[in-house]
Design a protein around this ligand. Structure first.
Ligand code: F6R
Length: 238
């Protein structure tokens, strides 16, 4: 794991957006894994700015989402599909065929998604956030290192942490998530953590590996795992 501690949240966001932009601009890199959540909103805003400013052509690039809630009507405002359309797809005018949404409407959703990722040649760069309980995607504590895309239950803490993002009355309790094994197959991983609510989990992650109580710790042996932090998220690292 390589660690980058930035001077400000803005610097951390720009660092991650710049890495994504460099990958996206590289003609040999075609497949990207996208995360959602509050942390990523400014990253997408900066990435879109960089792409528009440079006139980069995203034809032939494909994007796979990390996860999606069950139990929401298609395109519901709480869904990650709605999020990624709003914050990424629509501002860049990307075609539907370029974005792979976890197929929550299918019975064999996990197998189908894994097959789609394989068929496209695997993920070149996976963007990741981290939950306060160490989850990556929605691989909650106790998830197995070799887990693949599957239906997962959300923990009460995750539901609570995400409550302010839910629109309307439906509170999702489960999701389809890429597994830890799926994430580990990506050629490069870049994780961004910002804010003091992530300080404890980042301290744990920096000091531990392969601990099922913190799923992100399974990533530490990945050959290309970059962790980017703002000062608040890094504040408990000694
Ligand atoms: C989102 C995802 C989650 C979030 C994590 C942090 O696609 O997979 O693992 O990255 O819950 O969310 P925020 O950024 O809202 O704190």
């Amino acid at each position: 794991m390589q660690l980058i501690q930035c001077q400000s949240k803005d610097d951390a966001v720009k660092k991650v957006a710049g890495i994504l932009f460099d990958y996206i601009s590289d003609s040999t890199k075609k497949v990207f894994g996208l995360a959602t959540g509050r942390t990523m909103e400014p990253v997408y805003a900066e990435l879109i700015r960089l792409i528009k400013e440079s006139g980069a052509d995203l034809t032939g690039k494909s994007f796979f989402m990390l996860d999606e809630y069950y139990g929401l009507p298609d395109n519901h405002e709480s869904s990650f599909k709605f999020y990624i359309k709003t914050h990424f797809q629509n501002p860049l005018g990307l075609k539907d065929e370029q974005i792979f949404f976890p197929p929550v409407h299918l019975d064999n959703a996990g197998e189908k998604y894994e097959e789609d990722i394989r068929r496209m040649g695997g993920v070149d760069l996976q963007l990741l956030g981290i939950g306060q309980n160490g989850h990556i995607g929605f691989n909650e504590p106790g998830s197995r290192k070799n887990s693949l895309t599957r239906r997962v239950d959300l923990t009460p803490e995750t539901i609570e942490a995400n409550r302010e993002q839910f629109v309307g009355d439906i509170i999702p309790v489960d999701a389809l998530s890429m597994g830890i094994g799926t994430i580990l197959r990506a050629k490069s991983l870049v994780m961004l953590a910002t804010g003091k609510s992530k300080a404890d989990v980042i301290q744990f992650l920096v000091n531990n590996k392969d601990d099922p109580s913190c799923p992100a710790s399974f990533l530490k042996d990945h050959n290309h795992f970059l962790l980017v932090l703002d000062p608040e998220a890094a504040s408990k690292i000694s």
